[in-house]
Design a protein around this ligand. Structure first.
Ligand code: ZN
Length: 126
């Protein structure tokens, strides 16, 4: 059996990577809190609605043409009601950070929280 030092070279590298990840996560959180945070709602890959989450405080309900109901509240957005059989979208709960998304597969509806430049929307739309 090989003897193992308390902190080997490999451990040092792993630790370094972890620190980098932590720094990246903090940076990502800082970006996530930036103004312009909004929810982009797509149906069949087409953006049908944008909800400004930065100013969303009191509960505001949005009903899509396919019957899916979304509620934006306290800078978050969630599926409130859908006629899909699985109900996974409603169970997903509230999205509160940039990059989070929820989908109702039977209704081909996807909600993604984005922030920053409008080009994010184009990426989702195509
Ligand atoms: Zn659903």
């Amino acid at each position: 059996m090989k003897e193992r030092k308390w902190i080997s070279k490999t451990d040092g590298i792993v630790l370094g990577v972890l620190v980098l990840f932590a720094a990246g996560f903090l940076l990502w959180r800082a970006v996530a809190a930036q103004p312009g945070m909004r929810a982009v709602v797509t149906v069949d890959g087409e953006a049908v609605l944008q909800i400004d989450l930065q100013s969303a405080e009191d509960a505001q309900s949005y009903t899509l043409q396919n019957g899916v109901r979304l509620i934006a509240e306290n800078h978050t957005v969630r599926f409130a009601a859908s006629d899909c059989p699985d109900g996974i979208c409603v169970e997903t709960g509230a999205l509160q950070k940039v990059g989070e998304s929820a989908a109702c597969v039977p209704n081909r509806t996807v909600v993604t929280v984005v922030g920053g430049e409008p080009r994010d929307v184009d990426v989702i739309a195509y």
